[in-house]
Design a binder for this molecule. Structure first.
Ligand code: CP
Ligand code: NVA
Length: 319
């Protein structure tokens, strides 16, 4: 007698979302359209619960702090009829050195999907190699694909397709910058990058092309903003790099997005920041709270975009 084995999608079709390049442009077009559909349901107070029967569970593993990622995945999962298990290094055996491969084999026998926020990308890749369910990157030192997915959904809502547009990246050559560069190659737009000396993009990171046709480098951050459709930045010191705080404050002093930079961008340019923001450091209060800033929609869209992503990873194309 045939039995349906729930909680373990066939490995051959199973997809992880470990970096932005794990989906194609065609898949992004689908996921963005689903994000809009799912968001419209949420705004109309209509139930949309594809994870209710059979009920689906997401395990969330946090090795770094989070506000948006935790709330967006957790609320999103419940709204879709599923449930979550929340783990941190401190309250699980991960903090007592249980190997990541063993953790992956155990957790992925009990849940339908796993979201991980951790340090090295190699750690999430090792987890995924031993997981029998899809794994989602909730931020690593190298990438933050869920954030850029939400950012592109936000751009799409305000301005339509990002193809052919120019995004100015002002600040650290960090996980967000790397992910924007990957996204530019896949969705065919250009990133103008300006970073202080010593804090540039690491071109040796998988899939991050620093010499392709989708990126231009600028010494002067204001020049990087010239003609941009979207100006974006991030904290000067990312999680895990706190020991460099003082040196970074000095090095990044001119990489603060201000009204002069926004004035060099297109008149209808948007401003985005993945948040949390440090007003007066990487962005002025005036820009963050100004009319071009869409940061609150951007934060909310984490939830809608990730609901669409989880639906796609677990259930495939529904339309
Ligand atoms: N932008 C973002 O990932 O925020 P959290 O660190 O609060 O999750
Ligand atoms: N680059 C930041 C993003 C925080 C959401 C960090 O990694 O800390």
């Amino acid at each position: 007698m045939g039995m349906t084995v729930l909680h373990s999608p066939p490995f051959s079709t199973m997809k992880h979302y470990l970096q932005f390049s794990d989906l194609t442009a065609d898949e992004y077009a689908y996921v963005l359209q689903r994000a809009a559909f799912i968001k419209a349901k949420f705004k109309a107070f209509e139930k949309y619960q594809p994870f209710a029967d059979p009920d689906r569970t997401l395990a969330m593993i946090f090795e770094k702090a989070s506000t948006r990622t935790r709330v967006s995945f957790e609320a999103g999962m419940y709204q879709m009829g599923g449930s979550v298990v929340h783990l941190t290094t401190g309250d699980s055996q991960l903090g007592r050195a249980e190997p990541i491969e063993d953790t992956a084999r155990v957790i992925s026998r009990m849940v339908d999907m796993v979201m991980i926020r951790t340090f090295e990308q190699s750690k999430i890749e090792r987890f995924a190699a031993y997981s029998r369910v899809p794994v989602i990157n909730g931020l690593t030192n190298e990438y933050h694909p869920c954030q850029v997915l939400a950012d592109i959904f936000t751009y799409y809502e305000y301005r339509g397709s990002i193809q052919g547009k120019t995004v100015a990246w002002v600040g650290d050559g960090n996980n967000m910058a790397n992910t924007w560069l990957q996204a530019a190659q896949i969705l065919d737009f250009t990133v103008h990058v300006s970073t202080p000396g010593g804090y540039g993009i690491d071109g040796s990171i998988d899939g991050v092309e620093v010499d392709g046709g989708h990126v231009k480098f600028f010494k002067d951050p204001t020049e990087a903003c010239a003609g941009a459709d979207l100006v974006t930045t991030d904290v000067w010191t990312s999680m895990g790099y706190e020991a460099e705080n003082e040196a970074r404050r000095a090095a990044f002093a001119n990489w603060r997005v201000d009204a002069a930079m926004m004035a060099r961008a297109k008149p209808d340019a948007l401003f985005m920041h993945c948040l949390p923001a440090h007003r007066g450091e990487e962005v002025t209060e005036e820009v963050l709270e100004g009319p071009q800033s869409v940061v609150w929609d951007e934060a909310e869209n984490r939830m809608h975009a990730q609901k669409a992503l989880m639906e796609y990873l677990l259930l495939g194309r529904l339309t």
